[in-house]
Design a protein around this ligand. Structure first.
Ligand SMILES: [Zn+2]
Length: 280
């Protein structure tokens, strides 16, 4: 029997798995692919139902929020059919201050344990400039390289160091063209991060740069169910609770990716399956 297909999502926060790649996780799990999620933080720096930390008595504080968000993440992952969830427990909002050698080594160890053919993560621009998203893209990319390298010195002391090296065959970055971005803006108002006093806005991908489109329409209800598991977050977004049918369609019916590397296929033709080139 051939090796089962395995897909891993390497992400920064609880809710990235549902809002970012929920449709893809749900579709592949429903098809019998083993799906895995690695989340770097427990989201303790976020708002609680729209209230920022320190701005109101309704915010339960960082540690309590981390516990709430971990529970929400576990419920969402179960809804999406995720087989195994790994929390790395870095600090939300400070992922880019973590030692890249240590984090990449840790993720590489998990890649050797999970042995996925396909990995997916945020794009280099972090979708809208979020420093944690940018950091996890860099760590995940470095981890894919390190996991395959028998001589990667920094892996020797980490977990799963005794596991055999593993080469991920395909790495994907989320890519968001104009249609879904309009829907995101409808749901979340303006997605903007202020970093060191500079506003970073959503980065829209040109349609031609999208290498892969996954049809997730049949799983839209599952994704919405997973999104609503994150009550501490979505309660603050009035727009998300009153989305138009078109916005629901744009958000959950299709997911777009950029194929960062592949050792099994290539070319200009647009893919409709992350496992193209890998199926017998
Ligand atoms: Zn995030």
């Amino acid at each position: 029997m051939s090796d089962p297909l395995r897909l891993v999502a390497i992400l920064a926060h609880p809710d990235d798995e549902s809002l970012g790649v929920g449709g893809t996780l749900a579709r592949y799990a429903a098809e019998g692919v083993e799906t895995y999620v690695i989340t770097a933080t427990r989201g303790q720096s976020g708002r609680y139902r729209g209230v920022r930390q320190g701005e109101g008595a309704d915010h339960p504080g960082a540690e309590a929020l981390a516990r709430i968000r971990e529970e929400e993440l576990r419920a969402a992952a179960a809804t999406l059919g995720v087989r195994d969830l790994t929390l790395l427990d870095y600090v939300d909002g400070q992922l880019d201050k973590a030692d890249p050698v240590v984090v990449s080594g840790l993720i590489a160890g998990h890649l050797r344990r999970i042995r996925p053919q396909v990995a997916m993560t945020f794009p280099p621009d972090g979708s809208y400039g979020h420093p944690d998203h940018i950091a996890i893209c860099q760590f995940a990319t470095a981890a894919c390289v390190a996991a395959a390298d028998r001589n990667a010195a920094f892996l020797r002391d980490g977990p799963f160091a005794d596991h055999e090296p593993h080469a991920v065959s395909k790495l994907y970055y989320m890519a968001t063209p104009a249609g879904p971005w309009a829907a995101y803006q409808e749901a979340f108002k303006k997605l903007v991060s202020v970093v060191d006093g500079v506003e970073r806005e959503a980065v829209v991908w040109p349609d031609w740069a999208v290498t892969t489109v996954i049809d997730t329409r049949a799983h839209s209800d599952t994704v919405w169910k997973a999104v609503t598991c994150h009550d501490s977050q979505i309660a603050g977004y009035e727009g998300l609770r009153h989305l138009s049918p078109q916005a629901h369609e744009d958000l959950w019916a299709r997911q777009h990716f950029y194929r960062a590397f592949s050792t099994v296929n290539g070319g200009r033709r647009r893919e409709t399956d992350l496992f193209e080139g890998l199926r017998p």
